[in-house]
Design a protein around this ligand. Structure first.
Ligand code: PMP
Length: 378
C-alpha cells in the first residue's frame, strides 16, 4: 500500500485497495447531513444496537438461521481487529492455528506476532492428516471462505460440512474446543453465481463457529468497520479484550452504516460494485489470456478482488526475484505468492505464484499492468 501511495505512477496490482470510482461519496454525504447527537458520543464496546440489529437481519437473510440475536453480533474496527481479538483470546504462545495454504498474509502476521504457529493445509484430506497430529495445541482453524484472499476460491457447503465434521471429530481427542474462524470478508463482493451458506448453518447451537465479515470492502474501506457473529463464551472474552483496546468502535461511523443498511442504500450499492468489478475481472483475465504464457495457471473468480497465477517451477516470483524487480522497474507491482504461506517447515513454500488484484487499478491500468508483467516474464 505504501509503495502504491509513494509512487503515484506505479500500477499496483498488489494493494488491497478497492475501486475508487464506486465509493459512495454522494450517498455518505447525504447520510451525514443530519447527525443524531448520540453519534458524536461514546458508545458501547459491543457496538451500536441499531447497526448490530441491521447486520443480524442481513445475515439472517443470507443464511436463514433465525435463532441468534443482536447480542451475538459485535462491531469492530474492520474485521482485522476482530481476527486479532479472536486469536488473542483463544491462543497462547506456542499454540497452533490451521490455515489454508495459501492464506491471507496479514492474518499470518497476527499469528507470528503472537508466537502462534501457522500450519497450512491444501485439501480436506490434508486437513485430516494435519489435525490428527496437532490436536493438543490446536486452538482454531482459520478459513477465508468466499473468493479467498489470495486464490479467489469459494468453499462449497459440502466442503464446509466435511471440514466441520473433521474438526468436531478430533476435538474430542484434544479435550478443549477447536473453533472455526470463518473470515467472510469478500462474501458481498460476488458478481456471478449464487451465494453459499456460511459455516454458521452447520453450528445451529452457536458453539464453535466465529463468523467475521466486513463493511469496508463492499461499502467504503475508509469507514473501517467490520463485524462478527460469535458464540457467547467467545463474545464475552472478545468484549473484555476489546474493552481494553478501545471500549468500542466509532459511534459516528456506526451511525452512518446503520442508516445505509436501514435505508436500503447498502443493498442498492452492491450491484454497482458487482458491475465494476466484473468489468475489471474481465479486463484482467482476458489480458492474461492474451499475453501470459500458456503454461501459466489461473482461474476466473466469480467475486472478490484477486486472481492467483501459478507459473512454471523455474520462474520465481518472490520479492528478491529478478521477475519482481523487473516488474517494479517497469512500473507494476504484485504480491509475491510466497508471502501467503505460513512458516510451516513440514512442506516447502511454493515460490512461483503471484496474487494480482483488480480492485484499485482502472480497466486501462489493469490491461497495461498485465502487459508489462507479461513483458517482464518473457
Ligand atoms: N480478511 C481478509 C481475507 C482480507 O483480505 C481483509 C482485508 N484485506 C481483512 C480480513 C480485513 O479487512 P478490514 O479490516 O478492512 O475489514
Amino acid at each position: 500500500m505504501q509503495a502504491a501511495l509513494d509512487r503515484p505512477n506505479l500500477i499496483s496490482l498488489a494493494a488491497g485497495f478497492t475501486d475508487n470510482d464506486t465509493l459512495p461519496v454522494a450517498e455518505v454525504a447525504a447520510l451525514t447531513r443530519i447527525i443524531p447527537r448520540d453519534a458524536l458520543q461514546y458508545g458501547t464496546t459491543i457496538g451500536l444496537p441499531r447497526l448490530r440489529h441491521e447486520l443480524l437481519r442481513r445475515w439472517q437473510k443470507q443464511d436463514d438461521v433465525r435463532r441468534l440475536t443482536a447480542d451475538d453480533v459485535i462491531v469492530t474496527n474492520g474485521s482485522q481487529q476482530l481476527l486479532y481479538l479472536l486469536t488473542e483470546v483463544l491462543c497462547d504462545p506456542g499454540d497452533i492455528v490451521l490455515v489454508e495454504d495459501p492464506t491471507y498474509f496479514v492474518y499470518l502476521g497476527i499469528l507470528e506476532a503472537m508466537d502462534v504457529r501457522a500450519v497450512g493445509f491444501d485439501s480436506l484430506a490434508n486437513l485430516k492428516t494435519k489435525i490428527q497430529k496437532l490436536k493438543s495445541r490446536l486452538k482454531l482453524v482459520y478459513l477465508v471462505t468466499y473468493f479467498q484472499n489470495p486464490t479467489g476460491h469459494t468453499w462449497s457447503l459440502e466442503a464446509k460440512r466435511e471440514a466441520f465434521a473433521i474438526v468436531k471429530h478430533y476435538e474430542r481427542a484434544a479435550g478443549h474446543p477447536i473453533y472455526i474462524v470463518e473470515d467472510a470478508a469478500y462474501r458481498d463482493l460476488r458478481f456471478e453465481g449464487d451465494d453459499e451458506p456460511s459455516f454458521k448453518v452447520l453450528d445451529p447451537r452457536n458453539e464453535r463457529v466465529a463468523y467475521t465479515n466486513t463493511l469496508t470492502k463492499p461499502f467504503a474501506t475508509g469507514i473501517k468497520l467490520g463485524y462478527g457473529i460469535l458464540p457467547p463464551e467467545l463474545m464475552r472474552a472478545v468484549l473484555r479484550s476489546k474493552g481494553n483496546h478501545d471500549f468500542g468502535s466509532a459511534n459516528f461511523l456506526q451511525t452512518i452504516l446503520a442508516r445505509a443498511l436501514a435505508e436500503g442504500l447498502y443493498e442498492r450499492h452492491l450491484p454497482k460494485l458487482a458491475a465494476a468489478y466484473r468489468r475489471k475481472r474481465d479486463a484482467m483475465v482476458s489480458t492474461l489470456d492474451a499475453t501470459f504464457p500458456a503454461s501459466a495457471r489461473y482461474e476466473r473468480p466469480q467475486g472478490g478482488l484477486y486472481v492467483w497465477v501459478e507459473l512454471l517451477a523455474h520462474i520465481k516470483t518472490g520479492a528478491k526475484s529478478r521477475l519482481f524487480r523487473r516488474a517494479l522497474d517497469a512500473g507494476v507491482l504484485y504480491v509475491p505468492g510466497e508471502m501467503c504461506y505460513g512458516k510451516d517447515p513440514s512442506r516447502p513454500i511454493p515460490q512461483t505464484s503471484m496474487r494480482l488484484s483488480f480492485g484499485a487499478a482502472t480497466v486501462n491500468e489493469i490491461k497495461k499492468g498485465i502487459r508489462l508483467l507479461a513483458d517482464a516474464l518473457s
